[in-house]
Design a protein around this ligand. Structure first.
Ligand code: HEM
Length: 499
């Protein structure tokens, strides 16, 4: 029994005759069918009814976060021998190129919001490997605001619109941040000029999370992925971002499309930070805490490849809007870690994809693991675009078809390595205390001259809109714990504005 895919929808008709969606030639696309010249429209005008009812259904829910984005196709080329670290096939031989689809995005705004908003930027990559798709769903920042997924929906609510006014709510924003000290590191990055990148080509990308690479002997290393822009980092100041917002709210989308269109292909050099698994227990920070970086002095960047984007999408909706990335789309040789945020995301993305795109979202052309042979027992459901596995058995174990898909019981290249567990179940706070202030304080002191002045200016410019004085006081206390000078400068700036 051979399973064959039938083509989904013909991309180009074989001649230029306009047809209905069921393929009948259309004689008149300007005038509806009416009863007499001045009479009402007839229900039998299938072309009109079909056209209107399809139009009525043109929108799908926008992404609950990262709704505004732009995407492009390209490839990843591995340039180092990674066999010691991972058994992932696409990372074995230097020179191997893997097709990639990338989507960049802002986070908090709606689908029509501005590309130059102060916000982290999404940096999502889909690697179409021969062993299925691997999605690296990162941001342009190496850390995140919170470190437990249970806090994520609340955090996002404070970045969105007030339930009563439907306006952005600075009090909610700073209330949450000032009550969650672990946010300070990402807040520092967000309010530096790195919070307003000058387009998607001029920013770095990070896995942010700790992932694992597992070699063919089953030996695991902890890793963080870094994608460093070859175009150089460029950021807007707050004034330049506001100016760009008025001139062209789609500036980053346009810049990415136009540069690829004219053959100026953006690229990123790819690096790994690698840590031995046994080092994790004794490192000075919890290495699974996504609010912290691993200092490069302890874990230097190792160059491993190149990412190039060289082809624009042909159709935005089909390729960019319907793209569905998930940290749980993994391949053998790449594994998850105990990072709690990552664990929460493993569930949340496929769940939202089923809501946004339907149960068969992986059959959509942009999401299909087209270089692997997909072989499972899932069947039916809305939008079954494929041949639905013809008459293949739809269960396992089975004895009727010797070619039926079977589990790989003895394949050591499994996706999940075993992890030693200790203790009892419980809701344990992640150890933090003063640790949460060390890296933000270092970052504040690393920013020099105008960069540091801009951080203060950007914070004052935003916090001046907070009405509740208690919230401001609490946030200033957090800055002071990271660096007393930092807190005082924001305090002075806000007092000066008040006067
Ligand atoms: C998009 C949830 C943390 C990066 C999304 C979406 C959801 C979501 C529901 C919309 C996906 C879609 O509709 O296709 C969560 C949850 C998190 C979390 C529950 C924490 C528990 C993070 C972190 C990062 C990140 C830490 C980066 C390191 C992204 C990116 C997208 C996205 C890049 C856009 C993907 C695309 O371009 O389609 N997230 N997120 N998220 N998230 Fe998260």
């Amino acid at each position: 029994m051979v399973h064959t895919h039938t083509p989904t929808i013909l991309a180009t008709p074989n001649n230029n005759v306009l047809t209905t969606a069921n393929g009948n030639p259309v004689d008149d696309n300007q005038n509806s069918l009416t009863a007499g010249e001045f009479g009402p429209i007839l229900l039998q005008d299938f072309h009109l009814i079909d056209k209107l009812s399809h139009f009525d259904r043109e929108r799908i829910p926008e992404r609950v976060v990262h709704a505004k984005g732009a995407g492009a196709h390209g490839y990843f080329e591995v340039t180092a021998d990674l066999a010691k670290l991972t058994s992932a096939h696409f990372l074995q031989t230097p020179g191997t190129k893997t097709p990639v689809f990338a989507r960049f995005s802002t986070v908090g705004g709606e689908k029509g919001s501005s590309d130059s908003a102060r916000d982290p930027r999404g940096f999502a990559l889909k690697f179409y490997t021969e062993e299925g798709n691997w999605d690296m769903v990162g941001n342009n920042t190496p850390v995140f605001f919170v470190r437990d997924p249970i806090k994520f929906p609340d955090f996002i609510h404070t970045q969105k619109r007030n339930p009563q006014t439907n306006l952005k709510d600075p009090d909610a924003f700073w209330d949450f941040l000032s009550l969650s000290q672990e946010t300070l590191h990402q807040v520092t990055i967000l309010f530096s000029n790195r919070g307003t990148p000058c387009g998607y080509r001029h920013m770095d990308g990070f896995s942010s999370h700790t992932l694992k690479l597992v070699n063919s002997e089953g030996c695991a290393h902890l890793v963080k992925w870094h994608f460093k822009t070859d175009q150089g980092i460029k950021n807007f100041t707050a004034d330049e971002a506001a100016d760009m917002d008025t001139k062209n709210p789609d500036s980053a989308t346009e810049d990415l499309f136009n540069s690829i269109d004219k053959g100026d292909f953006p690229s990123w050099t790819v690096y790994l930070q690698v840590m031995k698994e046994e080092d994790a227990a004794n490192y000075r920070w919890n290495v699974f805490d996504v609010t912290k970086v691993w200092p490069h002095a302890d874990y230097p960047l190792q160059k491993i490849g190149k990412l190039v984007l060289n082809r624009n999408p042909q159709n935005y909706f089909a390729e960019v809007e319907q793209a569905a990335f998930s940290p749980s789309h993994m391949v053998p040789g790449i594994d998850v870690s105990n990072d709690r945020m990552l664990q929460g995301r493993l569930f949340s993305y496929p769940d939202t994809h089923r809501h946004r795109l339907g149960a068969n979202y992986l059959q959509l052309p942009i999401n299909q693991p087209y270089r692997a042979r997909v072989n499972h027992h899932q069947r039916d459901g809305p939008g079954t675009f494929s041949q639905n596995y013809n008459n293949f058995p739809n269960y396992e174990p089975q004895s009727q078809d010797s070619n039926g898909p079977a589990q790989q019981l003895h394949d050591v290249r499994t996706k999940y390595t075993s992890v030693a567990l200790h203790g009892k179940t419980g809701r344990y706070p992640q150890r933090s205390g003063d640790d949460d202030f060390v890296q933000p304080g270092n970052l504040y002191r690393l920013l020099k001259g105008k960069e540091q002045d801009d951080l203060i200016k950007n914070l004052v410019g935003n916090m001046r809109n907070v009405k509740n004085a208690e919230i401001v006081k609490r946030q200033i206390a957090l800055f002071k714990r990271a660096d007393p000078e930092w807190g005082c400068r924001v305090e002075d700036g806000l007092n000066a504005v008040k006067k």
